[in-house]
Design a binder for this molecule. Sequence first.
Ligand code: FAD
Ligand code: SF4
Length: 331
Amino acid sequence: MNNFEYARASDVADAVRRIAADPAAKFIAGGTNLIDLMKENVARPSRLIDITRLPLDQVEETRDGGLRIGALVPNSDLAYHPQVEARYPLLSSAILAGASQQSRNMASVGGNLMQRTRCPYFYDTATPCNKREPATGCSAIHGFNRGHAILGTSEDCIATNPSDMSVALAALEAVVHVTGPSGDRAMPLADFHRLPGDTPHVDTNLRPAEIITAVELPARGFAGHHAYLKIRERASYAFALVSVAVGLELHGDVVTEARLALGGVAHKPWRDPEAEALLRGRPATAEHGRRAADALLRGARGFGHNDFKIELARRAIVRALGQAARGSARG
Ligand SMILES: Cc1cc2nc3c(=O)[nH]c(=O)nc-3n(C[C@H](O)[C@H](O)[C@H](O)COP(=O)(O)OP(=O)(O)OC[C@H]3O[C@@H](n4cnc5c(N)ncnc54)[C@H](O)[C@@H]3O)c2cc1C
Ligand code: SF4
């Protein structure tokens, strides 16, 4: 049992002040990931700073026609929010493909972005893991790596990011708003999560003592043609082996705008503008889908048990593009 202190932040500035004063402290929101990590002795915060009473639980329209989503909006409230269901159904689908209703009721938007990998070695303190304990080695590279990454890996870590919500946010080109000791700043979701490189213990580009305050969606929501296809070991309560978020705009059967992001395959949601460019100006056919898939999966590499993911991802991309083009979520 590790002792820890508990404090409740009274406002955002207080939360930042408290965490800046104790770098071993952690924010707690829904607790659905952090408490598990503490129980497994993977996270050992000196203090929990409860942020659940901060006024970050609103969904508001922005001046340029988008939506600003507070970091404490519960995942289920967001998925069923009328504006999100009507204008960003891709985001609703991705959230509802994750976890369970009970977990989604507790889980916050900020916590979802910050949740840690589900690599089993990361949770097993008896095994080496560079992410949990830098410079100890990676047990997954030559171990059981069925669920691991095929893109953007390094010699130090082949873990995946487990968030479904982030994959849809990447396709929608969301922006993450944060506040820290130096004030407010914003970064595209594409720059929020990092590849492992030689610092796999650092998951995101959040700076020390920063708090996520909101996620902003631009006006374009791909409500007419979208799909979130999640392939997993069982139908519910399982993380993605591969997931695909697609948003299309069509003129007749010709694609005029395309977004394509993958989950379950890398340390961050995986996008490549070149793959999307191959779809624009062309009919939404399976052949063009396969070309885009090949471009998006360029450089993909398996580690033995997860070799199957490369072909699985290729087929999932083509299927999801077809679903989005038809405007139907059915295969
Ligand atoms: C059984 C189970 C199945 C699951 N399946 C899926 C799934 O299929 N797909 C999926 O996407 N997710 C899944 N999840 C994960 C779930 O979505 C996350 O645990 C949840 O989103 C985390 O949110 P939280 O508010 O509970 O975070 P917490 O556990 O409270 O915090 C997680 C981390 O985020 C940090 N944090 C929280 N809020 C902020 C903030 N505003 N600013 C900075 N840091 C912050 C905390 O310090 C902590 O490090 C599953 C979870 C469980 C338990
Ligand atoms: S893949 Fe990453 S998280 Fe998993 S054991 Fe290797 S270093 Fe640790």
